[in-house]
Design a protein around this ligand. Structure first.
Ligand code: PAF
Length: 302
């Protein structure tokens, strides 16, 4: 019975070897999915998957099977366009591609590269994972995900993609319109990530009076821009969401803080930079986001 199920499940290709990628690969493997990694180096890949007190070796075989029919692309926003440019020649004509990252501005880049029958999805997740070493992934915080189709071709394989994403990063809420979820995640990332990067602090250190005024003005500007872009949020609803994420992730360093601390490329241009580009299109000024953007650019020009 279990064998029968494995045979019917599609092969998923996970792009990159980031923490969310390896976490998804581990959960997909455990759910019986055949999984392969698309990475720079060919060959089998073994890593250690740790969750709670459990530790499990996961072995992904090689060589890679082409064409790719089901692809999860959990790479940083700045790497998405180039990754998809490299993938297009090995995607099947009806491939399903799931993007998952912080920030916005990549969807338009990817849409123009796909063929009419290739489905595009976005999955936003609150699962926490990190890699203490290159071949170990730790599931550090249980979360949930929101998944939505971005084009018509995605609808043709809706249940297959939903089932797999539920196995990889569930529980998953599937929505017809993913944009409100993406904007809300952007709100959270546009407050927590730049502020923790500027102050080199953990997320939890943003709670309390010291940063309250800065958080408030960043949220007010965000809500004004979101409204101009067709996404209506109340300041209170966004403030509550930001406060909740700060509380739930209080002991974590944000992804951007870690990138700055390690002098790596950051997602600033796809978070604050995206907001500023949108604001320009609408003829709006976002002085607080602009100021934090300039300060962070001085810290790292990338
Ligand atoms: O980018 C991150 O680190 C995360 O999206 C979040 C929610 C801000 C928690 O640290």
């Amino acid at each position: 019975m279990a064998q029968q199920q494995t045979i019917n499940l599609p092969l998923w290709t996970v792009v990159g070897e980031g923490a969310i990628g390896l976490l998804s690969a581990a959960y997909l493997t455990n759910a019986g999915y055949p999984v392969q990694l698309h990475r720079r180096t060919e060959g089998p890949f073994q890593f250690d998957f740790q969750s709670g007190t459990n530790s499990q070796p996961i072995v992904l075989s090689a060589p890679r099977k082409l064409p790719y029919t089901h692809v999860l692309l959990p790479v940083k926003a700045y790497a998405v366009h180039e990754a998809v440019q490299q993938l297009v020649s090995v995607l099947s004509d009806d491939a399903q591609l799931v993007l998952s990252h912080n920030g916005m501005g990549t969807i338009e880049q990817v849409q123009s590269l796909l063929k009419p029958k290739q489905g595009l999805w976005f999955l936003t997740t609150s699962h926490g994972a990190y890699k203490p070493e290159p071949t170990t992934v730790v599931h550090s915080g249980r979360g949930q995900s929101v998944l939505g189709p971005l084009n018509q071709a995605a609808m043709t394989q809706q249940s297959a993609v939903e089932r797999a994403m539920h196995a990889a990063l569930g529980p998953v809420t599937v929505v017809a319109d993913i944009w409100p979820a993406l904007w809300l995640k952007l709100a959270v990332n546009s407050v927590i990530n730049p502020l923790t990067s500027l102050h080199q602090c953990k997320n939890g250190e943003l709670s309390g009076l010291k940063h309250a005024a800065a958080i408030r003005v960043l949220i007010e500007e965000f809500v004004m821009l979101a409204k101009a872009s067709g996404q209506k949020f109340s300041i209170e609803a966004v403030a509550q969401r930001v406060a909740l994420v700060i509380e739930q992730t209080s002991d974590n360093y944000s992804s951007m803080q870690q990138d700055f601390a390690k002098n790596r490329q950051t997602e600033l241009n796809y978070i604050t930079g995206f907001l500023l580009r949108q604001a320009k299109q609408h003829g709006l000024d976002l002085p607080a986001h602009q100021a934090i953007y300039q300060l962070l650019l001085q810290k790292s020009p990338r």
